[in-house]
Each structure stands twice: as structure tokens, then as C-alpha cells.
Design a protein around this ligand. Sequence first.
Ligand code: 5GW
Ligand code: MN
Length: 296
Amino acid sequence: SQLPGDSMWFGLTLVSSAPTSGSKRGRTDVVMVTPWLAPVVWEGTFNPNLLDSIYKLKNIRIAATVFAVGKYTIFLKNFLETAEQHFFVGFQVHVYVFTDRPLDVPQVKMSAGRQLTVRSVPNSQRWQEISARRMELIQKLIEDNLHSYADYIFCLDVDSQFHGRWGTESLGGLVGVIHPDDRSRFPYERRPESRAYVAPGEGDFYYCGGAFGGTLEEVHLLTKTCHTNFIDDAKEGIEAAWQEESHLNRYMWINKPSKVLSPEYLWQDFKPRNPEVHLVRFSGVIKNYAAIRPNV
Ligand code: 5GW
Ligand code: MN
């Protein structure tokens, strides 16, 4: 079978006399590649149809995990419905919902090749524990023979919704999403006692705890490491500033992601769109903290 041609792109790359019209791609206003040569994915830097046709031949399967503990089940309907519209459309997708309220998981009609599995988890009054256990439960999910069912996995916050394509352009070994906040606000864990420690002046990007992914192997290693470090910190009476997000950031500082997704892949609905963000694909919804979070 033949892939859709994108010869103009190759022409422009290799032949200086190639015509300048056609499917020229690239951005000059944003960083498109990291110093360790990982692509940074922005709208306008890739050909979605070409990428899809490459991965279609590989018959890939995508797993997604989402946690909805306590009142956070209210976010599931919108999350799942918008995922149907935008998340790996046309591919095999298996969504795993982790919840303590399986009866509150809405019935969302899923297209052919897509399915949803509900996994029961215990409730926890301490929110830090809900956050901490995510890594452990994702690690266990992968160990429970997920290899028979998926090639890639994305781990996503439930208090969010899709607005635009999130597809094969996001695939990679280890994949992080750049946090939409200013670099100056990078809240890395700064106490050297913590296993999430990142020294002042260090850190490439501040990555979101609310979206990360990659191959099963890479995400297994990430979740296992972050969970172990969280537990070992706890034994010494220390909890990183942003719990699992701090450990994730330490992990990705040491283990550089092979693909970095721009803030298009986890914006915030309350935040005005920055000019470099041409398309918001996924974003955190505005939430009423008092109404949804357990009393602490
Ligand atoms: C509860 C209280 C404080 C913080 C988090 C929670 C909580 C999080 C919860 O009660 N139930 C739950 O399922 N979560 C999961 O953790 C959701 O998947 C949620 O999207 C994720 C991260 O928590 P968020 O979204 O409240 O954190 P931010 O930093 O996106 O606001
Ligand atoms: Mn969130």
C-alpha cells in the first residue's frame, strides 16, 4: 500500500531549488526540537495524514488511564465523550477508568475498535494519597499483562476535555507535556532530602502531571520509579511539593523524554490562549474545588 505523498516537504529539505508552494511545514516562533534532539510537537509541524497512514500499517493499540475517585466521577462524561471525538480517532483505543464509584461511570457510546474498562480502587480521604497511588496503579495495570492489549499508554487527568486532535503525532518512547505556566513558575521540589529534588538552575521543561505517556515499557519504568521514590520519601517523612508531578519532573530530568508535547496538549480553560498555541487539543476544565474535593 502507498503512503500519501508529501514530496514537497522532502523536496524543500533536500533540494534548494524546489518550489516554495505546497505542503511546507515548520514553525519559527517556537522551539521544535530539544537540545537532546527530541521533537517538540506543535500544530503546523507535522502531517497528520502521513503519520496516521504510517501507524495504521503497524496496527497499534493505545491504552489510556484516567482516575475518577470520589466526586471526580462528574468529569467522566465530558472526558470520555470528547475523547471519542478527538483522541486517536480511527485507532484501537482502550480506556481504563479507575474509580471507587463504578456505578457512577456514565455509559458513553464508543466507536468500533474502542472500549472502556472500569477498575475499582479504594476511596481515600487524603488527596495526597489519591495522587500518590496513581503511579502505583498504572504500574500494576501494565504488569497485569497489558502487553497483550496495548502498545502505547497515556495517563490523563479526568478534570479535562479534548477540543482538537490528539493522535499519532504524540507517540514516542517516553512522552511528556510542557506545562502551560511560565518557566519562572517552575515549582520543582527544591529540598535535596527528597528523591524528587531538582537543583536550582536545572530542569529542561516543567512537565504536567496531568498528561504523560509512551510505550508500555517506558511508562512502566517511570511509574515504578516515581512510586518507589514517593514511598521511600514518605518513610523519611517527606512529601514532594507537588507529589507525583514532582517525582515525574525529576524522572524526566534524568531520563529525557524522546518526544515532548507542546502546551497544546494540556492547556487550562481559565487561561487565555497564548499566541504560540494555535490549537488547544486538551485542557483542564474550570472546577469548583469546594464542591469536588474531599475535606482535608
Ligand atoms: C482531590 C483533592 C485534592 C486533589 C485531588 C483530588 C482528586 C484527584 C480526587 O479527589 N479524585 C481524583 O480522582 N483525582 C484524580 O487526580 C483525578 O483524575 C484528577 O484529575 C487527578 C489530579 O487531581 P486534580 O485534577 O484535582 O489536580 P490539578 O492539579 O489538575 O488541579
Ligand atoms: Mn487536573
